[in-house]
Each structure stands twice: as C-alpha cells, then as structure tokens.
Ligand binder design. Structure first.
Ligand code: SF4
Ligand code: SF4
Length: 409
C-alpha cells in the first residue's frame, strides 16, 4: 500500500514504524474473515482492513473524528488478523500508534474519560485493587449481577513450597491475577517444585504495563516496564533461567519490552534481555512432559475443553503446547469450533464495550460447552473470569488441573 504520512509523524519512530506496517498491507482482505468484530457487525470499518485504512488516513493528515475513534475502540486487539495475514502485517502495533494519535485529536466524553482513568489508576495498583477485590468478595452475593460477574468467589491458594532448588526461575506475580485467583501462581510454584525448579518472586515487580499501554497511556506503561526490569535484574544477573508468565496477556506484553523500550538508552539492552528470557508457562512445561506423564498417567481422567487465549495463540503465536502437556498426562482435551476467535474479555474491553464483549462470551461458551466438558481450562486470568461469569461449568487455569492431580497422589 502506498503511503504519504503527514509531517507531524513522518520522521518520528512511531511514524517510521507505522509507515513500514502500512506498506506491508496489500489490502487483500483475508484478515476480515477471522475478525470477531467484523463477524458480529458486518461493517468493513469494524474489520482489520477498514481499521488499517482509517489509521492510514489519520496518519496522512485527515482529521480523526469520533467515528474513527469508535471503530478503533471496538477492536479487541485480539490480533487474530495477524495470524491470518499472509503479508505479516503487524496490526497490533499499528493499532497502538493509531489509537494514540486519534485520542490526542478527539477528546472523549467526560464519563468515558473518568472510567478509563479509574481503570488505569486502580487495576495496576495492588494497594487499591486487592482491598477492593476483597471487599467485593465479602459482599458478592449482594452485588448486582453485572458487577458480581466481575468479582470471582474468594479462592484459597494453598501452600507456597519452601524447598530451595539449584534451578531457579522468576515468576511475574502481577496484581490482578493474585487478587482474583491466587491459586494459579501457587499451583505453578508447587508443580515446578515437584519437578525440581524453584520459582522466585521479585517483590518490587508489579503490573506488566499492558493495562496502561492498551488504554493509551504509553509513558506510564513504560514506567511499569522500567520498574519491573529493575526488580528482576538482580535475579537475572544471578542466573535465573526464565521469567515465567502464568497469564498470557502479561507474557505477550513483557515479550514486547525490547521493542517498546528500544529508544530508551538506559533500558534498551536490559529490556531486550528480559523479553528474551520471558516464557509463557506452556513453553516451560513441555520439557517436563515425560516426568509428568510417568507420575500422572491414568490418574487424571478429566474431559476438558481448552480455550486458547488470543494473547497466547495470536499475540505470542504459541499453539498446541497446553494441549500437548494435558494429553501427555491423560486428559481428554478438546478445542472448540472457532477456537481462534476471542472470548470477548480482552483486558478492559468487557468494561468498555460490554455488549460486544458479552455476545462474544456467549458464542464462545456455546462452542466450548458443545462437547459437554467436565470443566473448561484456559491460560489467562481475563478469559477465565469472563468465561466463568457466563456458566456454572468450572473454569480454571490448566496448571491447576495438573497441580490438583499431583496433590491427590
Ligand atoms: S492486513 Fe494482511 S490480510 Fe489484511 S488486508 Fe492487509 S495484507 Fe491483507
Ligand atoms: S485485532 Fe481482532 S478485533 Fe481488532 S481488527 Fe484484528 S481481528 Fe479484528
């Protein structure tokens, strides 16, 4: 696609990146068929090719409107279009640039601004989010249904192992997941402990930055990244083998640190190293498949439906690994129809675009439940909470299934 970017952005790092991405797009439209919002709305401007065209117009100097902003807001940033694109167009990066430029030009209505500020100031702060979640869990039965669906029932996390092992890996504890589902990280630590690996949490590390980045506060997101790098660096220098992510949304973000801090002279090299060391849990576990199979085969006879999060299958291009580990220990795993399509959670999307989000959730649940699973498993806290809000079938992280089986031995 030919481009002629406007002077305000042409010679900036963002402008150069956007220009290269736009030029890669040949406008073939293959991506449109796998876009969840195009499937729901049937409007070219609510599909990737239309959004790319809108962003191109704005970057070429055409003033953005509320209409432009709305079509970009409706995008889930699920990146299904990237998986489909034969030309390797990095739509997610282009959308980040386009949204920031559009938001600079089009002020949002007061209530929208308040909601976005509340989300980006509350969710990434442990001292605000954890007590708020605990209070919500206390009064959960009394909450209106819409709010109750955002507050999972209180969960026990079980013990964190205390054995020291020579093999050590860092774990991003995060803020949102431990408050909503504290058992996921504890289960991961127990499973790896049983396999001879010690998980270490750096106390000063916190939110990965995805929340603020996707709400267009790129500078605050970079502050989150720099704080995490500083928190992890001593353990990296001490030889930590990997930085393990149990939420694929965080993993997709941390793997981008090298790119997002590439122009920060003080942090660029460290950020690239951190990105290189970052692994989703499903990239770590296949090395232990044989050990797990020997210990657990025949002892886990669950029938589960697996929902691969977009941040895993599209954002990180990781497919088949969770299913492989679960099958190795004897779990009967199914992927549902349209398993490449987003469940509608998408970070803060379920709060900002609830109608679309819940339609996608209900479609996803209908597909997942078609095989009558005993439970649904996934790999990202947002997907887990969102799906559980629409079904009585248990929904949990896949590592909890393995932990449960090891605990039962
Ligand atoms: S993003 Fe890729 S699939 Fe979509 S129109 Fe452009 S080249 Fe075609
Ligand atoms: S990121 Fe997802 S919702 Fe957005 S344009 Fe691509 S496929 Fe559609």
């Amino acid at each position: 696609m030919q481009t002629n970017l406007a002077d305000f952005i042409k010679e900036t790092p963002e402008g150069r990146e956007a220009d290269a991405i736009l030029r890669a797009c040949v406008h073939c439209g293959f991506c449109t068929a796998t876009c969840p919002t195009y499937q729901l709305l049937g409007d070219e401007l609510d599909g990737p090719r239309g959004r790319i065209y809108l962003i191109k117009q704005v970057l070429e100097g055409k003033p953005a409107t509320r209409h432009t902003q709305l079509h970009l807001d409706r995008c889930l940033t699920c990146r299904s279009c990237e998986s489909t694109c034969p030309s390797g167009v990095q739509y997610g990066r282009l959308a980040d640039i386009g949204r920031r430029v559009v938001d600079d030009q089009v002020p949002r209505p007061f209530l929208q601004r308040m909601l976005r500020t509340a989300l980006k100031e509350t969710l990434p702060r442990k001292w605000l989010f954890s007590p708020a979640m605990k209070a919500g869990q206390l009064v959960r039965p009394l909450l209106p249904a819409a709010l109750r669906s955002k507050v999972p029932a209180k969960q026990k996390s079980g013990a964190w192992p205390s054995t020291a092992h020579a093999r050590k890996m860092l774990l991003l504890d995060g803020y949102v997941q431990p408050a909503m589902s504290p058992n996921i990280n504890a289960a991961t630590a127990r499973v790896l402990d049983a396999l001879g690996v010690q998980l270490v949490v750096a106390p000063r590390a916190g939110c990965c930055g995805a929340l603020r980045h996707h709400l267009n506060d790129h500078e605050a997101a970079r502050d989150d990244m720099r704080r995490n790098i500083d928190a992890w660096w001593p353990a990296v220098e001490a030889g930590a083998e990997a930085i393990v992510m149990t939420a694929s949304g965080c993993g997709a973000m941390v793997k981008e640190y090298g790119h997002l801090l590439a122009h920060d002279a003080a942090y660029a090299a460290k950020a690239a190293r951190i990105a290189e060391l970052t692994k989703d849990l499903s990239e770590i576990m296949p090395a232990f498949e044989a050990q797990l199979a020997t210990r657990l085969h025949g002892k886990v006879s669950r029938r589960v439906a697996y929902h691969p999060p977009c941040t895993l299958q599209h954002g990180q291009q990781i497919r088949g690994k969770v299913e492989g580990v679960l099958r190795a220990v004897g779990v009967d795993v199914t992927l549902c129809a349209d398993s490449h399509i987003c469940c509608g959670s998408a970070g803060t999307y379920s709060v900002l675009q609830p109608d679309m989000s819940y339609k996608l959730r209900d479609n996803k649940l209908a597909n997942l439940l078609a095989s009558h699973p005993e439970e649904i498993v996934s790999a990202n806290i947002g997907c887990l909470t969102h799906l559980q809000s629409g079904t009585d079938t248990p929904v949990r992280h896949w590592i909890e299934l393995i932990d449960g089986a090891l605990q039962a031995q």
